[in-house]
Design a protein. Structure first.
Lengths: 267, 385
């Protein structure tokens, strides 16, 4: 068997990539993103050469069979609201929502399912930003104040946002909120470790990027008493999310629009 | 040139004073919005664009419609439009400035508006809309300035201005096309997701814009010694007739596709707009008024004798303008958000501060038109004398 120059170069490149990723991982010890990145690269080595460059794609799985929202559980919502300084305007027109509940038929508007299992008829579905792989909000933003990270999280720069709300018009999931007025007087207990926002900017859930960077899971995932949520790298076949998706039937919200929403609901 | 704006009759000055007061009232409410935030408007988490963006959309059409006099005059050398072409161009300038103001007052962080140029984003239609509008403004300022200066000196305008004018023709089409793309490219808003939106925008623009120009010409005839000429008025009337027919035709196309295919998520919007949904029907009377006005206007415009009679022509043009103002300046933008992505009907209605700010911007537009027309007509009278 002779190795062509092309293959040799490819292999060399591959090794460099792998080494770089491992170096990066050790330099950022404790960073989940870095760890998953290293894992993804080594996983790629075992697969085909083309997969080496495959990036980390973070995703969320919500098991609606385990979720007990219909019993009045709001632990994930409360944890998020407290940590991220979400103001409480009640359910007024000014409401800011990062994670909240919608009835099943509203959350999955395009799936008219009659005669559902009883427990699903009254099911409240936790909804939040899908951190889409093809985010329309990022596409329309005129200042790149909203942008996609390499690991897939769709971020918000509150200091650059001009408040034109084009992203809110573009989002098919109603996941974005605008600060119609100064939110600060309406925050019950200010968390000093997380920024508050000013009036006139858009905000949304970012899957706790500040925690992900420290190697922690998003708060809602951690706060769920039923362990109904999982979070991880979709490109790693051994990750929790991949295992769950392999063994269960999942649905996503409005997948037909081509936005590639990255929250998978198990029903 | 501008000195003519400072010499006028008592009537002229009291009109300007009145407009200044309306502008001042609008500015007062804008300061309130500036301090409190956009929460002073009726907009909400669900209906996140309202009167401002809707008025912006309507007025972009008025700006673009100048092409309906520029094109026949400069491209086809249609002499009858010689007197009113400058009026069309000044109407375009005033409208573009109004458009920019409507976008500006809609921003949550207006001081950051230059971020659009600091971080130019080519995949955002908003960026291209700002580029198109600014370019159109610059083109029209150059064109009016140069042609009016030449007219004052009784010489023919310099040769280089012709290519600039020719460029302004497709540019006018582009401003309204890009504005339609702002809406028509969003996968999550089925009400706007229609290829016919840009053509519809152009058709409604080319009827409402010339209708306004025609009304202004007849008003000038009454107030000043300016006479656009019977042939120009007749031709404008014909342009309005054709454009209004196409506009109504395209609206009916929307009805067919939406209701015959009856995809629930698509149909819900049009259902809300014209018939109400979940017992909520705030826009329904407005839309039927718009439809009635469209029918009245066509009933007059399609009869040549009625179209030639100035009294009925004024009625028809007013009907065209109001019909499209309701359709585009109210219904089209708001209904894209109703029902919400969760299928909920959460209604919107502009508040008093919001309406006053909008009125203030309109007053700025009218003030600009008054000053520009005063300038143009004074220069012309000077030349004649």
């Amino acid at each position: 068997m002779s190795i062509s120059r092309r293959t040799l170069l490819k292999l060399a490149g591959l090794t460099v990539l792998g080494v770089t990723a491992e170096k990066y991982a050790s330099a950022h010890a404790g960073s989940t993103t870095a760890k998953v990145l290293a894992k993804a690269v080594s996983a790629g080595k075992r697969l085909t050469n083309n997969n080496v460059q495959q990036k980390v794609r973070l995703a969320m799985v919500v098991d609606l069979r385990k979720c007990v929202s219909e019993q009045g559980c709001t632990k994930c919502i409360d944890a998020c609201n407290q940590a991220h300084n979400i103001p409480d305007f009640g359910d007024s027109k000014d409401a800011i929502k990062w994670i909240w509940e919608e009835p099943y038929e509203n959350a999955f508007l395009d799936q008219e399912n009659f005669y559902m299992r009883d427990e699903f008829k009254n099911k409240m579905v936790p909804v939040f930003c899908n951190n889409c792989d093809e985010p329309p909000c990022v596409e329309v933003c005129p200042t790149q104040a909203t942008f996609k990270r390499d690991d897939g999280i769709v971020m918000m720069d509150w200091h650059r946002c001009i408040g034109c709300r084009y992203c809110m018009a573009a989002c098919p999931y109603g996941s974005r909120s605008f600060n119609w007025r100064d939110p600060r007087p309406f925050i019950k207990n200010i968390n000093p470790d997380y920024p508050t926002r000013m009036k006139g900017v858009v905000e949304k859930c970012t899957w706790c990027d500040e925690r992900v960077d420290q190697g922690l899971l998003p708060l809602c995932v951690e706060a769920c008493p039923e362990k109904a949520m999982a979070f991880g790298n979709l490109n790693d076949p051994d990750s929790d999310v991949r295992q769950l998706l392999k063994d269960n039937f999942s649905v996503r919200r409005k997948p037909g629009l081509g936005t590639s929403p990255e929250i998978y609901y198990l029903v | 040139m501008i000195e003519h704006a400072f010499r006028g009759s008592r009537k002229y000055w009291s009109w300007l004073l009145f407009l200044a007061l309306v502008i001042l009232a609008g500015f007062y409410f804008y300061m309130r919005q500036f301090i409190y935030g956009l929460g002073v408007t009726g907009m909400s988490r669900n209906v996140s664009w309202g009167l401002y963006i809707a008025q912006f959309t309507f007025i972009v059409g008025v700006a673009a419609s100048a092409v309906m006099v520029v094109l026949p005059y400069y491209l086809h050398d249609y002499k009858a439009f010689g007197k009113i072409t400058i009026l069309g161009e000044f109407l375009a300038i005033s409208s573009v400035i109004m458009c920019m103001l409507f976008v500006f007052v809609d921003l949550g962080q207006p001081f950051r508006v230059l971020n659009i140029f600091l971080y130019p984003t080519f995949h955002s239609l908003m960026f291209w809309d700002v580029v198109a509008l600014s370019g159109y403004l610059v083109l029209n300022v150059i064109i009016t300035r140069v042609t009016l200066e030449a007219e004052r000196n009784s010489i023919s305008p310099p040769k280089w201005i012709r290519p600039v004018i020719i460029i302004s023709i497709p540019w006018a089409i582009s401003i309204h096309t890009v504005t339609a793309f702002l809406f028509a490219g969003l996968a999550g808003r089925p009400f706007w997701l229609t290829a016919v939106l840009a053509p519809r925008f152009l058709a409604s623009a080319f009827s409402a814009g010339p209708a306004l120009l025609l009304l202004l010409c007849l008003l000038l005839k009454k107030l000043t010694r300016f006479d656009a000429g019977e042939e120009a008025i007749k031709k404008l009337g014909l342009i309005i007739t054709y454009a209004m027919c196409v506009n109504v035709f395209l609206i009916l196309m929307e009805f067919f596709t939406t209701f015959y295919s009856h995809i629930p998520e698509d149909a819900a919007h049009l259902q809300y707009l014209y018939f109400g949904l979940d017992g909520k029907a705030k826009l329904v009377p407005w839309m039927w008024a718009s439809a009635a006005l469209a029918i009245i206007s066509l009933a007059v415009l399609l009869v040549p004798r009625a179209r030639r009679d100035h009294r009925t022509l004024i009625l028809a043009c007013t009907a065209v303008f109001l019909s499209i103002w309701i359709d585009k300046g109210l219904g089209l933008v708001i209904t894209g958000f109703i029902p919400s992505p969760f299928g909920k009907v959460i209604q919107y209605w502009p508040t008093i501060p919001e309406s006053m700010i909008a009125l203030g911007i309109w007053a700025i537009g009218v003030l600009l038109i008054t000053i520009f027309y005063k300038m143009a007509l004074s220069i012309r009278r000077e030349v004649e004398a």
